[in-house]
Design a binder for this molecule. Structure first.
Ligand SMILES: [Zn+2]
Length: 152
């Protein structure tokens, strides 16, 4: 999936768990993090050497897309005493990323186990699913915000 879809789905996930725009922003940025293992990805371009090392050492959609990585990030945020709500937003954004990757391809969710999880789709369908996920997540985000404004 493209970075826009990962950002929007991560933001939606962050908003759902925190009910705040800051949580949405945190979730959106966290949604970009797993693709740090891809030098051509939005975040990977900012740290090309690290990104290439990750891809070369572990491969794409492996360690940084795994429950092990999410748990390590969660423990690190807990250790550094980050506000619990933003820890949840980060974890929600990370999980949204892998969930989205799993509807357009396969992810080594249980790394270091070699098993890959997800649906393999043809490239043209991957693009369509990417677009649909992005607009659905954006629509859901707007609907939730409006609901919170109306209901309070
Ligand atoms: Zn990914």
């Amino acid at each position: 999936m493209g970075w826009e879809s990962h950002f929007v789905t991560g933001a939606l996930a962050g908003y759902v768990v925190t009910n705040s725009f800051v949580g949405a922003l945190v979730g959106g940025v966290a949604g970009l993090v797993p693709d740090i293992d891809e030098p051509n990805a939005k975040l990977g371009r900012y740290v090309p050497f690290f990104s290439r090392w990750l891809k070369h050492t572990f491969g794409h959609r492996t360690l940084t897309h795994s429950l092990l990585f999410f748990a390590a990030i969660g423990v690190a945020l807990y250790y550094f005493d980050v506000d619990e709500r933003y820890t949840y937003a980060v974890l929600a954004g990370l999980m949204a990323h892998s969930a989205c990757d799993m509807i357009t391809g396969r992810v080594q969710l249980f790394y270091p186990l070699p098993m890959k999880v997800g649906i393999r789709v043809k490239r043209k369908w991957s693009k369509r699913i990417d677009e649909a996920a992005k607009w659905l997540a954006l629509g859901a985000f707007i609907a939730l915000v409006l609901r919170n404004i109306v209901i309070g």
